[in-house]
Design a protein around this ligand. Structure first.
Ligand code: HAM
Length: 423
């Protein structure tokens, strides 16, 4: 085994795999653009306090999953998620005043110190979208519809949409109180984490996967019964819009999400194809977050999807690598420079050309072209370099023809077209 290995919970994305990544990223950019979203790229490193303030001091992410380190007096954290950095950048750059900057998307690595397993890593990647400045329930539904349009474009099926309303500052305190009262006589039956959660933020207990906690919660009051009129109406409008779009969804009153900034709509897309880590995507509304991070009091809504998990669900296996149009094969030492110039001319004309080194025999070159899946081989032997007429071999038919050295850029267009048609 080589001495240096990638760290536990991190992975290399190798050629052969990277093509699937490129495909999902390309589709994400296309769909996001159709819906009026613009890309934002924020630093991977942020002030620790940004996440403490937004994600919440009592959440699992902040309590035990952040990669945090100290440099002189600064505490820095590798971003565990993308919403807080996006909102920070939005406020910092005054994007509220820049028309067309209220719908943002990002693609990039996030870091959480979790126990690695299928679909769960310490460095993972998210595609995230954020809409800033609107509390219209139609925004919630439209942004969810966009997510489904994206999955449809990729051919991903078999996901289920779970949705809930987690209330707001008006109605949530009362619900917490009711839940605390319910939990009080059942504390003994809760896991250690949940006993702590029940005093810090009892709604977190609803999220626990532990069987004894789930049983203890049977008959617990649900947030939906405690919603204030504004939240109830908002939730009903989101659901009505989803219905109008024809988007099936199930209400899950225990869905609370693991981050503190949510109000009103909270939702997840789950898939049985993912195993224990069945959440493909999570999101919701975060109306107080912009103000919390120093901006004006404007609402927000968004979601983020785990790209590793998405790739597990892609219908067709690994995508093929790009096809090689032509392998340029010098047969003797004096052909090396002409071969290099030929490869340059072909590439300038748009053909994917690979320049072979060495002075192998023709048979060895052809064998290699076969292995690489090259559509053509450009042969430069003694006769070719002295006449300036190179031999082009079509690897599929075996036919050969002469092509003038000065005409390679034009030939590139022809070769490339043929490869695309055939490939
Ligand atoms: P989240 O639910 O913490 O939400 O993460 C969103 C998605 O990221 C998950 O559904 C999952 O697919 C993926 N994910 C999370 N942790 C891991 C991991 N350790 N390994 C692999 N994939 C993982 C957020 O991050 C919010 N910022 C979403 C949001 C955006 N809310 C509003 N706007």
């Amino acid at each position: 085994m080589p001495r240096y290995q990638s760290l536990r919970g991190t992975r290399d994305i190798l050629p052969g795999e990277v093509e699937a990544w490129q495909r999902v990223e390309r589709a994400a950019r296309e769909v996001a653009t159709l819906y009026g979203f613009r890309e934002i790229r924020t630093p991977i490193l942020e002030a620790t306090d940004l996440f403490v303030r937004s994600v919440g001091a009592s959440t699992d992410i902040v309590r035990k999953e952040m990669f945090t380190f100290q440099q002189s007096d600064d505490s820095m954290t590798l971003r565990p998620e993308g919403t807080a950095p996006t909102v920070r950048a939005f406020v910092q750059a005054g994007l509220e005043r820049t028309p067309g900057s209220d719908r943002l998307f990002y693609i990039g690595p996030m870091f959480r110190y979790e126990r690695p397993q299928k679909g769960r890593q310490r460095q993972f990647h998210q595609l995230g979208v954020e809409v800033l400045g609107s509390d219209d329930p139609l925004v919630d539904a439209e942004t969810i519809e966009m997510l489904l349009a994206y999955l449809e474009r990729l051919g991903v099926t078999g996901t289920r949409l779970l949705i809930n309303s987690v209330g707001d500052a008006e109605c949530r305190p009362l619900y917490r109180e009711l839940l605390s009262i319910f939990l009080e006589p059942r504390l003994e039956r809760l896991c250690e984490d949940c006993r702590r959660r029940s005093s810090e933020n009892p709604m977190r207990v609803l999220d626990c996967k532990n069987e004894s906690c789930r049983v203890a919660l049977e008959g617990a009051p649900t947030i939906l019964d405690s919603l204030c009129a504004g939240c109830r109406e908002h939730f009903a409008s989101v659901r009505a819009a989803l219905d109008a779009y024809g988007i099936p969804h199930a209400v899950d009153p225990r869905l609370v999400r693991g981050l503190d900034y949510y109000v009103r709509t909270a939702f997840e897309l789950v898939s049985d194809g993912l195993g224990a880590q069945n959440s493909l995507m999570g999101g919701g509304r975060y109306d107080g977050l912009v103000r919390e991070l120093g901006g004006r009091d404007i609402p927000g809504f968004g979601w983020a999807l785990g790209l590793e998990r998405l790739i597990l669900l892609l219908p067709d296996g690994p995508a093929a690598g790009p096809r090689l149009d032509v392998l340029v094969a010098p047969l003797h030492a004096g052909a090396r420079i002409p071969a290099a110039l030929a490869a340059r001319a072909l590439r300038r004309g748009g053909a994917k050309a690979l320049l072979e080194g060495g002075e192998r025999g023709l048979t060895a070159h052809l064998r290699r072209a076969d292995r690489l899946g090259a559509a053509h081989v450009l042969i430069l032997g003694e006769e070719e370099t002295s006449s300036g007429l190179y031999t082009l071999r079509d690897m599929r038919s075996g036919e050969q023809r002469k092509v003038p050295a000065g005409n390679l850029a034009a030939l590139a267009g022809e070769i490339q077209g043929a490869t695309q048609e055939n490939g």
